[in-house]
Write a new protein. Sequence first.
Length: 349
Amino acid sequence: MPLVTARQLLDEAAKGGYGVGAFNVNNMEQIQAIMAAAVATKSPVIVQASRGARTYAEDRYLYHLMLAAAELHPEIPMSLHQDHGNSFDTCKSAIALGFTSVMMDGSLREDGKTPATFEENVQVTRRVVEYAHERGVSVEGEIGVLGGVEDGHGAGGSGLEHVTDPDQAVEFAERTGVDSLAIAIGTSHGAYKFSKKPDGSVLKMDILIAIHKRLPHTHLVMHGSSSVPKDLQDVINQYGGRLKPTWGVPIEEIQLGIRNGVRKINVDTDSRLAITGAIRKVFAESPEKFDPRDYLKPAREAMQKVVAARMTQFGQAGHAGDYTPTPISEMAKGYASGKLDTRPSRAAR
Ligand SMILES: [Zn+2]
């Protein structure tokens, strides 16, 4: 199956009332883990790569691994998405490479650290939307600033310093025409999201619900949404790791989001924890081993297990065969004709 846009996957998810996990990758084993989970659960899926991942894996390796995944699993609709593009040029290079969806994170300046002004964000995001839509590629924007740092990207802090203002979200959607919108509701990147199980004082689901009511045609995206389950933390610590106690975003809060317009849920930390725990276990229990396959195979299986669990919990499981993939050339026509316009003043009601 050719790679499809995230927009098509999220439109279908909106019709079906479910969410789609977007899982980060850096190497072959992670791509294989995601594909095995998608096949086992019959799930459409978004595979995403950060700038750091593109550098680590090298663009061509990464892209061809994705082509291999598409070739091997024609029954799985999947999208290749640029996670946290920091500039027009990053998004342009992703599109040139063959990514079918890009995130322009204009909430931060090009350094990936300094919060940008609202106007700066609108301008750069609008430019990416015009360029990408002409080529049939979908765009995710971000308004408000997430907490934490991952892959060298992020403003740091707790996640509550720049929570999204619903009025600004509406104006942003109108002026940029993004397909999907990441909002800041208190979540953070990385393993250390919350110091106790989060409640309404630190995880602002009410803001998410308010934004969805006003932007029913813009798909909402939850970043920093690993659940950081205790059993995965325990495996790491049991075999010599030193993770401090931490809480992620509980599955039931993500499911509440899905009932209120969240269509894309980003998961990276949970995969990292699963992989690291599995490798530590082999190293601790079988110190005589030195064939990388002896620990990469269990690592891949551990990631597959957590990804499959998320696919079931987000509701995407069972939906791989629901629709026919639309090539990006057709998506470009849909954008040009206005049929795919999400701006609140123009979207089809
Ligand atoms: Zn993110």
